[in-house]
Design a protein around this ligand. Structure first.
Ligand SMILES: [Zn+2]
Length: 853
């Protein structure tokens, strides 16, 4: 009965406050300019009454910019994948807006140690970037952006004048417009007039993949450093143009929590981040605490969240001379939800975000000089530290993969890292002039350079919120080496490099050849197949005469015979030229099938290829980011279409039209496994990664065996209750880099020039090597860890395990890849392995794969 009574009161309260007016949110001590439109006048509902859709959010920002030209300028940063505008509002006093470019240039001098000493900061504005809801289904941030924008445009009095006089506010209402739109549509379409607070209700349980992600189902809050996605690239242009002193990152956490603000766990701060950064974060925290106390909100700090991976929005500024601040508000997800703290209403979540945006501005303004001095010191120290360091820079480059080298340079230069040519060949020609480059450490971005190039094996803590290592040249699969002098440095690159493609030897009436090592070779192959061209792959090395001399061709070379095509030789040449150019490939014309060594071109060592018709399994139970990585790789990078099949669709359709099925990490409980097995037996090529490897084995589709994991604790030990979290957390595989040894003659290793391939592992799939000695083309050795945190038990399990195993099932193949070869779209070093599985799975000789286990 008491319960019922409490419920009745709750419903009543929810009803009463379901529609908020601005008075609920805004400080009442302040007057507001009546000529500035309130949110409702533009968006047609009160803030918090409905979830703001991205289009209405932008409408309001436009209205504010039009109504308050003396306080705000609006900029278009760019468009998302779904062509939504990413807008940036710049708030400041008119006197600052009138000379914004001058202020920006002055501000940037603080990041240049050769000039920063003479910069007068006594009257220099501080630059604060306020950013919202990078996870689209953590909506209180973007909804609070309506209030903060209104406040900054309309508030009157000394306090706001002081703020605007001393601050440049870069205001980003939505870090992830496509995700916000997807989520707000969901939340709004399920809202009842009488709010339903039952967490089981549909309003609180989005359909897969949910609004957290961008268009390709990626977590944009892992992309600040690799910047693979258009949203990050657009935003980073403005970040680096301004180098903000403070950047806020407004998120949501579980509904039963309260409110978190940084600093996070002290032992989980990246060691490259200066201590003073955390001290200043703590000082800002006092302002958040005071403002949250004032409105009676609960909060916590220095727990749960870390400041380690520089790909996150709240950590990225820490290696760029600023301070990133993570806010995590308990989520109402929908409009009001029952939680362990009572009913959590959407407006209350918005209010906390609004209040902490203001406390950030208040604190930043008050601590202005300290932050500006910190920024100046950060870049000075960065350069000073390189004087005592034995490493003076890094040389990188892959003469066999120019496109990948170009993408790496693009990533470095996006972060304003200087890249130079090299003036001589080094390491016996491993790094050559023209295809290798030098990054000197002696430059303002040296901290970020270390974060990009360094390996890490020593950690203060063993719990991590995200990955523990991301050494970028290993991720890209690019050869690199440290330098102890800068004598190798040639001219600085003034722009990104643009690799070119060419048909060497011109038109052929016999055949064309191209090697498989270049990044876009699979894209070229697919384009040929799509045009109906018969293609073959070389399963052997060979040497053959070209018009300008003999040349070696490696395993995996693609062979296009002229006379076997439906297309005439002139049209074929035109197509080959186009494909060479579009994919930055060198394609070679040959006029004879007679080789100098190896197999003649008519040999059965050249195997005809089928165009992959790919189905990717998606939907409930499937890891959305893993699936999105495959989609992005195929669609964006390789221009290869793939059908995305939900499990219930898979279960009811004919599978004949697909010759390749991809299953990424996930649980496939409802999948018709007999149907899948029959499809493989009939000749299908099944590519399984991560947990799907275990699923396939457990369901009789493949026959991989798994290593038994040693336990971290045993029954003879007596441990205290509070130790459990640390001990169990340390056994997580948060993500580290391991080196696998590849059999370069195996079709799954085609295109690799070096035996050691860096793979990213963030799971506990530890495969035993196959008893068939030819069926494990990628293996981990005795000392596989390259960089990152891993427990002893997990490391023991990785040691001498199989990274890739090929099984035959009937006339089909199952390619088992234990790790994630397409990780976050910047792990380009293993995408070749994945694409080999797609293109060459059926090329693998059955006897080399037949399992005797
Ligand atoms: Zn979040």
């Amino acid at each position: 009965m008491r319960k019922l009574f409490a419920f009745a009161i709750t419903v009543c309260i929810v009803f009463q406050v379901s529609a908020q007016d601005l008075a609920y949110y805004l400080p009442d001590s302040v007057g507001y300019n009546a000529s500035i439109p309130k949110p409702k006048e533009i968006i047609h509902h009160e803030v918090g009454e409905w979830h703001i859709t991205h289009d209405r959010l932008v409408n309001y920002m436009k209205a504010i910019a039009t109504a308050a030209p003396n306080r705000v300028k609006m900029e278009l940063m760019g468009l998302t994948y779904e062509s939504r505008p990413q807008v940036l509002l710049i708030f400041s006093a008119k006197k600052n807006l009138d000379k914004l470019e001058e202020i920006r240039k002055q501000h940037l001098l603080l990041t240049d140690p050769t000039k920063s000493s003479s910069v007068d900061i006594s009257n220099m504005p501080i630059v604060v970037y306020i950013g919202h809801s990078i996870h689209g289904n953590e909506p209180s941030g973007s909804n609070a952006a309506l209030l903060t924008a209104y406040y900054l445009a309309a508030a009157e009095g000394k306090q706001i004048d002081d703020l605007l006089n001393n601050t440049i506010i870069l205001f980003d209402p939505s870090f992830n417009p496509d995700g916000l739109q997807r989520f707000s549509t969901w939340a709004n379409q399920h809202k009842s007039k009488n709010l339903v607070t039952d967490p089981n209700s549909r309003e609180f349980n989005e359909v897969w993949p949910g609004g957290r992600f961008n268009h390709y189902w990626f977590d944009l809050n892992r992309d600040w450093l690799p910047a693979v996605h258009v949203e990050s690239q657009n935003r980073l242009r403005w970040f680096h143009a301004w180098k903000p002193n403070v950047l806020t990152d407004h998120h949501e956490q579980g509904s039963n929590a309260s409110f978190f603000f940084q600093p996070g766990v002290p032992s989980r701060v990246n060691p490259l981040t200066p201590e003073k950064n955390q001290e200043l974060t703590g000082k800002l925290g006092k302002y958040h605490a005071r403002n949250l106390d004032r409105i009676g909100s609960l909060y916590f700090t220095k727990e749960n969240y870390d400041d380690f991976y520089y790909g996150k929005g709240s950590t990225f500024p820490d290696i760029n001379g600023g301070i990133g601040i993570l806010f995590e508000q308990a989520s109402s997800r929908g409009h009001a939800q029952q939680t362990s703290n009572g009913v959590l209403r959407f407006p209350a979540t918005i209010k906390n975000q609004f209040v902490t945006a203001l406390s950030t501005l208040e604190g930043s303004c008050a601590l202005r000089k300290e932050f500006l001095e910190y920024q100046r010191d950060f870049f000075k120290n960065a350069v000073n530290n390189t004087a005592t360091s034995t490493t003076k820079g890094y040389v990188f480059g892959d003469k066999k993969d120019v496109s990948k080298t170009a993408l790496f340079i693009e990533m470095l230069r996006r972060h304003e890292i200087d890249v130079h040519h090299i003036n001589a060949n080094i390491n016996n020609g491993e790094f050559e002039k023209g295809s290798s480059y030098f990054v000197p450490l002696n430059q303002p971005q040296s901290g970020l350079i270390k974060a990009i190039f360094d390996k890490q094996l020593v950690y203060q803590d063993s719990l991590f919120y995200d990955i523990t290592s991301w050494t970028m040249p290993l991720a890209f699969g690019l050869p690199y080496t440290e330098q102890t002098t800068t004598t190798i440095a040639g001219a600085k690159l003034e722009q990104n490099i643009t690799p070119t493609g060419v048909v060497e030897g011109g038109k052929s009436n016999y055949a064309y050849l191209f090697e498989w090592n270049e990044l876009y070779a699979p894209k070229a192959l697919y384009a040929l197949q799509e045009a109906g061209i018969l293609t073959k792959v070389a399963t052997n090395n060979f040497n053959i005469a070209l018009t300008n001399g003999n040349r070696n061709f490696n395993y995996g070379t693609i062979f296009i015979p002229v006379h076997l095509q439906q297309m005439n030789s002139s049209d074929l040449y035109t197509l080959i030229q186009k494909i060479a150019q579009e994919n930055s490939l060198h394609i070679y014309a040959v006029n004879s099938g007679n080789v100098n060594s190896g197999s003649d071109l008519g040999s059965s060592k050249f195997i005809s290829l089928n165009k992959p018709n790919i189905a990717l399994l998606v939907g409930t139970g499937v890891n959305a980011t893993d699936a999105g990585e495959v989609w992005h790789l195929l669609d964006q990078r390789m221009q290869i279409p793939s059908s995305h099949l939900e499990i219930n669709m898979f279960n009811r359709i004919e599978l004949n039209k697909y010759n390749t099925i991809v299953m990424v990490g996930g649980s496939y409980t409802d999948l018709n496994k007999e149907k899948l097995k029959a499809w493989v037996q009939n000749g299908g090529n099944l590519v399984v990664t991560e947990e799907a490897v275990a699923w396939a084995a457990q369901n009789g589709i493949s026959n991989v065996n798994f290593k038994k994991l040693k336990q971290a604790t045993d029954s003879t030990q007596k441990l205290s209750y509070v130790e459990r979290e640390q001990i169990e957390g340390a056994q997580q595989m948060s993500g580290a880099i391991f080196s696998a040894s590849a059999d370069l003659t195996h079709p799954l290793a085609y295109g690799y020039a070096q035996k050691n391939v860096s793979l990213f592992k963030a799971n506990k799939v530890f495969m035993e090597k196959s008893k068939n000695p030819f069926a494990t083309p990628f293996t981990y050795g005795n000392n596989p860890l390259q960089s990152g945190w891993v427990s002893k038990q997990n490391l023991d399990a990785v040691k001498n395990s199989a990274a890739v195993i090929v099984n035959t099932v009937g006339s089909g193949r199952v390619i088992n890849i234990a790790d994630n070869p397409c990780f976050r779209a910047f792990w380009l070093g293993s995408t070749k392995l994945f694409l080999n599985a797609v293109f060459f799975g059926k090329v693998i000789d059955a006897a080399s794969a037949r399992s005797e286990d």
